[in-house]
Design a protein. Sequence first.
Length: 355
Amino acid sequence: MSGERITGLDLARAISILGMMFVNFKIAMGAEGSGPAWLSWFASLFEGRASAVFVVLAGIGFTIMTRKARVGDTGLLRKQRVIVWKRSLYLLLLGFILILFGWSADILHYYALFLFIASFLIRAFGKMLLGAAVIIWLSAQWFLLKYDYTAGWDSSFHTYLDFWTVNGFLRNTWFNGFHPAIPWFCFFLVGMWFGRLKFSEASVRKKWLIISLIAWVGSEIISLAALKIGGTYLGTEIAVYLFQTKPMPPNMLYMSSATSSAILVILLCIYLAERKYARSIVHALIETGQMTLTHYVTHVIVGLGILEIFGILENGSLIFSMLYAVTYFVVAIVFSLIWKRKFKRGPLELVMRKF
């Protein structure tokens, strides 16, 4: 696996964490619907997309991490599984800390579940991974038709009322949380499969760049057509529920669109990491992407904590939330560059390695 590919993935991680900051600060400030139309449109581009890139990258990273165990002996496989289980537990604890801190949109405890399940799929064939993704993709749509997606949520869809009950936790984790395993584990499975491709070959990159672009545009066109036709025959509310490409609810068209756009972003980042222009900016973003876990946790605890201290949380405008996200991200870049002068990994990444 080439160095360019790895740095390209780190660049994609930095882009994904910036997108998640845009979305999360907007949600935390209650800034949805405020601000000029063009800015609302721009902010909406990251909803369910930045986090999808994050999970696909997690699947790719998992494939890279377990590459030797996939072809090694049983002892090596068992050892690798134990490492994955420890990391899964670590991420679960971090996720619960963020939830207790008041951040209900946490993705880490879902990520922990994805890692745990994936530990049993290390040696699964590529077709098996894609087959499992398709089954989960179809099952999720069936669940949306059969069960009440609003169960457990407050009227604003920001707080899950019975998260700490057994039924509520299971429902949130598998069906209607912010990143439910059905269907969000599809992103991870696609990433696992995607990580096995030979990105050192230009023809492979070009092929999947074109395929992902066509799939993304096609999903959006089908969504628009289905919304128009469905709105006429089913009613606007049902059509939106079934055919929009927003992350909540995560219907089939959203999953198709978000998966293809995630692959497109990752491939573009791999290309960009190999280019010589804007080298210093790309390098800074790569360094930041290598500390994604640290920046994800701190953007909740520190980023939202600052807003809480100054009484701005839940009272911000869309313009302010976007500017705050950019400012915070710039600070994160500076911190990354300073930290990486002395340490190879970020603070929470170092703890995970020790763990």
